[in-house]
Write a protein that binds this ligand. Sequence first.
Ligand SMILES: Cc1cc2nc3c(=O)[nH]c(=O)nc-3n(C[C@H](O)[C@H](O)[C@H](O)COP(=O)(O)OP(=O)(O)OC[C@H]3O[C@@H](n4cnc5c(N)ncnc54)[C@H](O)[C@@H]3O)c2cc1C
Ligand code: SF4
Length: 460
Amino acid sequence: MDVLKKVPVREQDAKERATNFKEVCLGYNEEEAKEEASRCINCKNAQCIIGCPVAINIPGFVEQVKNGNIAEAFQIISLSSALPAVCGRVCPQESQCEGKCIRGIKGEAISIGKLERFVADWARENGVKPQAPAEKNGKKVAVIGSGPAGLTCAGDLAKLGYDVTIFEALHKAGGVLVYGIPEFRLPKEDVVQKEIENVKALGVKLETDVVIGKSTTIEELMEEEGFDAVFIGSGAGLPKFMGIPGENANGVFSANEYLTRSNLMKAFDENSATPIMRGQKVAVVGGGNVAMDAARTALRLGAEVHIVYRRSEEELPARVEEVHHAKQEGIIFDLLTNPVEILADEKGWVSGIKCIRMELGEPDASGRRRPVEVAGSEFVIDVDTVIMSLGTSPNPLISSTTRGLDTDKRKCIVAAEDTGATSKDGVYAGGDAVTGAATVILAMGAGKAGAKGIHEYLSK
Ligand SMILES: Cc1cc2nc3c(=O)[nH]c(=O)nc-3n(C[C@H](O)[C@H](O)[C@H](O)COP(=O)(O)OP(=O)(O)OC[C@H]3O[C@@H](n4cnc5c(N)ncnc54)[C@H](O)[C@@H]3O)c2cc1C
Ligand code: SF4
């Protein structure tokens, strides 16, 4: 064994997986996990913990894996995280815990994410649950939204004895974990639903099909239904568009709609009651994780897929692993390319996307080099479907129906980072609703901060 290198993880073959929705990464088995764990040198001043937004005791759980005490490893992780099987799969570990791992200085960092995933999957398969909550303290908290922020906040409060109810607008709980991230990266029934069951096992109630701001309001929850505090974890689900000519043509989707139809409504299944248009040639505009997910979904539905991105490969905001997987599967990258118009046929269906070549100029406010148009370089890519993946912002429904709740100019709710406290007494918020589109683990960190803030508020 080369201690400088990660134990490789098995994956589904690229050619085979490009035609199915089964999970790409197959994870470690116990033997591989123990071998990988034995590379950890159990640092006294473990930097990996500092890199983790929910401060999991990483050396502690890795040590237990090394010794074969997987149930104990799971209990250590569960003290800090309610969704380890999810995080082990989708967290950007390379820029968090693994990015800080001391082993990474001379060789490859410990595969902390893959070990977390192994422990969580083992616990699920062996019926090991997180430890039961304390006795109830008689106080009621409402949590709006069942994404990672809401689930984490609810789980932490339940462990402290609160009577917690999550209100979710959709018919299924999980937020982006169920409607956004595709099955081939994050299995829904086996992984996401099982972790939600674990949160419910702590005593958390879940009411789906309740849209706060429409079915009821935050004020009604607090003044009429007896909730002592509210946590808003309603995410950032409102898609952005470019505002170019032709964006209203048939066959133009937002990535959110496209992925929701595929994941939540099972449109990839031909027998689904709500099938999706299967494009032959698809352009996905954007370069983030969401664009990669939309592109890889369209590929699996049988299309030739182009990623159209205005900067170069270096600036692609998606995780390196996602770009690597997308390339392996045959996605075509049209970089330094920006759409200027969507072309439609006489019946109003997309027939092509007119683009212009770009070059990189001086750095802009984000620190990345600004893409500049190359005059006269327009060209057309023949496509029948265009998926816009340009980011999302919070839906203003809750802020516009709640008096005294401050938002910023991006329509994000203003909340304190360490407690989630908003401008309205007893109302806390966190996750994408506060930061705009970010990551699962940051949303979980914000859910934890919100639970702490609410506990302090209700303990006064
Ligand atoms: C396609 C895609 C891929 C991604 N891939 C990754 C990845 O690989 N790694 C990563 O770390 N992050 C990834 N992200 C980002 C990550 O999923 C989000 O940052 C995270 O889910 C935010 O969590 P949240 O709890 O704040 O919001 P969400 O997950 O959006 O959950 C919010 C929930 O609130 C509900 N809601 C909204 N309004 C109301 C209302 N008025 N009443 C009741 N309920 C309401 C919504 O229906 C939703 O269920 C991805 C995002 C997308 C879209
Ligand atoms: S920094 Fe790396 S080697 Fe050190 S304790 Fe954390 S995982 Fe182990």
